[in-house]
Design a protein around this ligand. Structure first.
Ligand code: SF4
Length: 254
């Protein structure tokens, strides 16, 4: 499922930028750089317009213009968050991270965990990571393609194993991080959520966030509002998961 074009080694392809926010790296005033391209097609993706790296993004800033912007924010912003899309799809993200760190910013990373090798390479320069855990590791093929006719073809690629390796790599390095799961009922069931939480807790994850799915459109394929909120109104479910983590975060859609 990896798109053929991964950009080049030198220049990061950017899909967009948020000049400042405190939401994407907890307790830090940050700029968010949305990297162009993703290797997956999750049904709940809110960044559909930037996930095909072969498709130009309207009004996408160049990496050079991002650096120019950041040079005017030195001393004003704490950090730069590399988000996506999937930042670790493009080899150029490695030099981009170093460049930003050399400018004096902390660097945070949002990743889907598909590339544990590249993650290990950039990890020494990263202060905080948001790692997506889409569903139980053995069922990842259902989460990363919205077309069920692909599932049999991609099952053997074992995406969940790569994500688990990414998680183990972060835990071993001791980098500050959170795991988070977006609760789209098409991707994760309540039973699967319990299993995810148990696995993460057993591995030593300290911060786990569950995030409410915001519908991308009003088509009939979308889950109902009741299905979406049922994760958050199920007191028994929450009471089972919450004690597993020192920090358990519930993010409702705004
Ligand atoms: S991994 Fe993230 S960016 Fe990629 S398709 Fe899924 S939700 Fe979208």
């Amino acid at each position: 499922m990896l798109p053929p074009n991964k950009g080049n080694e030198q220049t990061l392809l950017v899909g967009g930028i948020v000049p400042f926010t405190t939401l994407d790296y907890p307790e830090h005033l940050s700029a968010v750089v949305f990297c162009h391209g993703c290797c997956w097609h999750c049904p709940y993706c809110h960044n559909q317009e930037i996930i095909d790296i072969n498709k130009p993004v309207k009004y996408a800033p160049s990496w050079e213009s991002v650096i120019n912007f950041l040079s005017q924010r030195q001393g004003l912003l704490d950090a730069v968050v590399f988000s996506g899309g999937e930042p670790l799809l493009q080899p150029a993200v490695k030099s981009a991270i170093k460049q930003v760190k050399d400018m004096g910013f902390k660097v945070a990373l949002h990743t889907n965990g598909h590339n544990p090798q590249m993650l290990a390479e950039v990890l020494p320069d990263i202060s905080w990571i948001g790692l997506d855990i889409k569903t139980v590791f053995s069922e990842y093929y259902k989460a990363v393609s919205k077309d069920p006719s692909f599932w049999d073809k991609i099952k053997s690629q074992n995406f969940g194993k790569a994500v688990e390796k990414s998680l183990d790599t972060i835990l071993k390095a001791g980098t500050d991080f959170e795991c988070r799961t977006t609760l789209d009922p098409r991707v994760v069931s309540k039973d699967e959520l319990k299993r995810i939480a148990k696995t993460l807790s057993e591995k030593g994850v300290k911060t786990y966030a569950i995030q409410e799915y915001r519908k991308t459109d009003e088509s009939p394929e979308q889950p109902s509002n009741e299905e979406i909120s049922s994760f958050f109104t199920d007191a028994e479910l929450l009471a089972e998961i919450k004690p597993l983590f020192p920090h358990f975060i519930i993010r409702r859609a705004r």
